[in-house]
Design a protein around this ligand. Structure first.
Ligand SMILES: Cc1cc2nc3c(=O)[nH]c(=O)nc-3n(C[C@H](O)[C@H](O)[C@H](O)COP(=O)(O)OP(=O)(O)OC[C@H]3O[C@@H](n4cnc5c(N)ncnc54)[C@H](O)[C@@H]3O)c2cc1C
Length: 480
């Protein structure tokens, strides 16, 4: 194992894509899989807080240390083991998602979670319960995790398989890998929306769900088995522009109601600010449209006639501008996909160039509350005079409203608005984070969402797995 103590040698491990910065005493770099456990034990012996690093694409400071040691899986040889009969793949946590997607595709299989950023590690997407555009149809990473090989803060290791440990009410009876032998927890009032805020704590839950989305605070994930699906026969990507934001939201509402073979795989939204950002690189975007909707279907042929008729009627009825752009060839589809992803990169570039932290919401609310929430949020930011860009996974009523502060003063003003937006999402029965997680940046909003009792419930669980509060210190909540 390599141990580096000169922080000048690993500046990248002291930040993530949110621009949040930290510090630590040492970087631990195990070189073989067996050394991961040794590294965790070493940190335990030294009494060091231990932050687990994925690939640093996180947007909440989750992997940014605040003292202690950082454990990197970068040097561990990657593992990708397919079980084609069971349609599963077992991977090492450090494997970049892009490598998994390529390998799965080569075998004619499909891993549906598609976060925009593909350079993240498989351990990172499990730790944050990441999701993406296709989560509208398939759900988040959680839905595809079959088994986790975990290491606790004391260095002990165990495997949790889906379906193996199911709580009886709020108690897991026999957990031999815990000193206590069992775990009793208080369930959280988790919102009925896409959610990546805090621990998954629900009566009758599967133990594996506790670790998914726990942001490196309960255990280190060493290996993961993901469930896979057969590859779709073909995918049709579409882009539709609208004269008004209301029209685009109406169209989204109608798309959500389609079912069976006509159910979209993904429904994404861009406001005019986002279209303006994209225009320079993607000439086919219409920056004079008030908003655009990108959506996808699984289709074996070009586009089935009945679906085309439905889309044409909906588009006209909702004030569509021009014609729906339909891309069925891989090349055309790729262009639309790149455009969709570019919005997030452009915002992050802007933020980095101004030296401020990201101020982008990750809120989701129930579908029935979404339209009001959208206009309320947009109006609040518009009134402040701050520049902003809106895009998001609107099929899931999940909005990324990115404020674009020019400087630190504007950032501070934006932070006040951000808190207001989170409060409004909670009041409407939603979540403060639907996919990026809480990390160190959004702790106040997690507290706002679940209150002291909820934070207390999470800390009770944390104490059982990591009594010294050493793993992922500062993520989700502060230590006692
Ligand atoms: C341009 C851009 C677009 C993005 N789009 C999306 C999107 O569409 N959807 C989405 O969900 N996210 C998105 N993200 C956020 C980010 O990519 C995800 O949160 C991703 O899951 C982080 O993975 P990572 O490997 O980079 O983790 P890191 O940033 O390194 O760490 C994230 C957290 O995971 C923990 N962790 C990492 N590995 C392990 C492990 N092996 N065991 C235990 N804990 C671990 C860390 O301690 C930390 O708390 C985007 C980010 C960027 C920059």
């Amino acid at each position: 194992m390599k141990v580096i103590t000169n922080t000048d040698e690993f500046p990248d491990y002291l930040k993530d894509a949110s621009n949040f910065r930290g510090n630590c005493d040492a970087l631990l770099m195990p070189v073989h899989e067996e050394e991961i456990q040794e590294a965790v034990e070493f940190a335990g012996r030294e009494g060091l807080p231990l932050t687990i690093a994925g690939n640093g694409t996180g947007l909440t400071g989750g992997r940014v240390p605040q003292g202690g040691a950082v454990l990197s899986l970068e040097k561990i040889p990657h593992r990708i083991l397919f079980d084609e009969e069971k349609k599963c793949v077992t991977v090492s946590a450090g494997l970049p998602l892009i490598r998994l997607l390529e390998a799965v595709d080569e075998r004619g299989l499909f891993f549906p979670p598609d976060p925009t950023e593909k350079l993240c590690a498989c351990g990172g997407i499990v730790a944050t319960n990441a999701s993406g555009a296709k989560s509208f149809s398939y759900g988040a990473v959680r839905n595809f995790v079959e088994s986790l090989d975990l290491i606790l803060a004391d260095g002990s290791s165990f495997t949790v398989k889906r379906g193996e440990f199911i709580a009886s009410g709020n108690t897991f009876g026999t957990l031999t890998f815990l000193r206590e032998g069992n775990l009793t927890f208080s369930p959280l009032p988790m919102p009925e929306v896409k959610n990546a805020s805090g621990y998954f704590l629900k009566s009758g839950m599967d133990l594996i769900d506790l670790f998914i989305g726990s942001e490196g605070t309960l255990a280190l994930t060493r290996n993961i088995t993901f469930r896979l699906l057969p590859k779709p026969a073909g995918i049709l990507s579409c882009l539709a522009n609208f004269v008004t934001e209301e029209g685009a939201l109406d169209f989204i509402q109608e798309l959500r109601l389609l079912s069976g073979e006509q159910k979209p795989l993904a429904i994404e939204y861009f406001d005019q600010g986002a279209l303006r950002l994209l225009k320079a690189d993607y000439h086919f975007t219409d920056d004079r449209a008030a908003a655009a909707v990108w959506f996808e279907f699984e289709t074996a042929e070009e586009i089935p006639e009945p679906l085309l008729d439905i889309l044409t009627a909906l588009f006209a009825g909702c004030g569509g501008k021009g014609e729906i752009m339909m891309a069925s060839s891989p090349g055309e589809r790729r262009q639309l996909e790149l455009m969709r992803h570019a919005a997030a990169y452009k915002v992050n570039e802007y933020i980095a160039s101004r030296g401020v932290r990201k101020l982008g919401t990750d809120t989701a609310v129930p579908a029935a509350a979404f339209r009001d929430f959208y206009f309320e949020s947009r109006n609040l930011v518009k009134k402040s005079g701050l520049d902003y860009v809106i895009y998001g996974h609107f099929g899931n009523s999940h909005i990324h409203l990115n404020m674009l502060p020019e400087n630190q003063t504007q950032f501070e003003a934006g932070k006040e608005i951000y808190a207001e937006l989170c409060k409004n999402a909670i009041l409407r029965g939603g979540t403060v984070s639907a996919e990026h997680g809480i990390g160190k940046i959004k702790k106040d909003y997690l507290r706002m969402m679940y209150g002291e009792a909820g934070i207390g419930a999470m800390k009770e669980v944390k104490r059982v797995f990591d009594p010294g509060f050493r793993l992922g210190r500062g993520n989700l909540f502060d230590p006692d």
